[in-house]
Ligand binder design. Structure first.
Ligand code: ADP
Ligand code: MG
Length: 237
């Protein structure tokens, strides 16, 4: 235990919550299959970043997470790898019923980056990823969603449009990520974010990431996360 505390200190991470899993030291500690390990090394990721060391085992254990870490700390992989494992763990992958994993990000640029990163790791498994943000016509987007996918990477506004158009159902969604929650709120997307969360089954796993923790985000976290593990990296917050 002493050991774990010293190790967390060396990573400059702080945690709170009940029964927080121990942080990993290397990707090999996670029991990933050779497909994912291959994709990770193909990306040139040699060792996990501090947020990944703590968030990966925590998310893989099925826990909700509040992750507070600044830009560039490797948050995307911290939620993408567990999302892939979560999807592979689902028994029936029958098509056309809607995504299992949904990621919301504040802007088209950020959503696009997450989309590209996710595809690198999902593609080797045949997991279909749809990007639901501006840049594609709503009609094209509608058709793509109708064809089916396991993961949606979305901006809140466009996702709501697609739900209204009945392009997708959220009944199978059990893994929800709110990325850059503070920016989503700063841009005025709180109503959209709340509406999306309200349409996803309560027995989901939820991960909320933010560079800062303001009152409004803290309040949302209290309302939508269950028994979360809070992970703070460095001096942000
Ligand atoms: P954040 O979301 O925290 O801003 P990103 O997930 O976008 O950070 O990652 C920032 C950069 O670091 C990206 O270029 C990503 O590919 C790279 N990266 C992520 N994890 C690792 C790792 N374990 N080793 C090396 N590079 C990594
Ligand atoms: Mg990010």
């Amino acid at each position: 235990q002493e050991d774990v505390l010293t190790y967390r200190q060396s990573l400059a991470i702080k945690v709170s919550g009940f029964d927080v899993p121990r942080p990993i030291r290397q990707f090999e500690d996670l029991g990933f299959d050779s497909v994912l390990m291959g994709a990770i090394s193909k990306q040139g990721y040699e060792k996990p970043t501090p947020i990944q060391c703590q968030a990966l085992p925590t998310a893989l254990s099925g826990r909700d997470i509040i992750g507070i870490a600044k830009t560039g700390s490797g948050k995307t992989a911290a939620f993408v790898f567990p999302m892939i494992v979560h999807i592979l763990d689902q028994e029936e992958l029958d098509k056309g019923e809607g995504p299992i994993g949904v990621v919301c990000a504040p802007t088209r640029e950020l959503a696009q980056q997450i989309y590209l990163e996710t595809k690198k790791f999902a593609k080797p498994y045949g997991i279909r990823v749809s990007g639901v943000f501006g840049g594609m016509s709503k009609f094209e987007q509608f058709k793509e969603l109708k064809a089916g996918c396991e993961v949606v990477i979305a901006t809140p506004g466009r996702l709501i449009d697609m739900i209204k158009m009945k392009a997708l159902k959220m009944c199978k969604t059990t893994y929800l990520v709110l990325d850059e929650a503070d920016s989503m709120f700063d841009l005025g997307f709180e109503p959209q974010v709340r509406s999306i969360v309200g349409q996803i089954r309560p027995d989901r796993q939820t991960l909320l990431f933010s560079a800062t923790m303001k009152k409004k985000v803290e309040k949302l976290a209290r309302e939508i996360l269950s028994d979360p593990v809070r992970i703070t990296v460095g001096e942000v917050g």
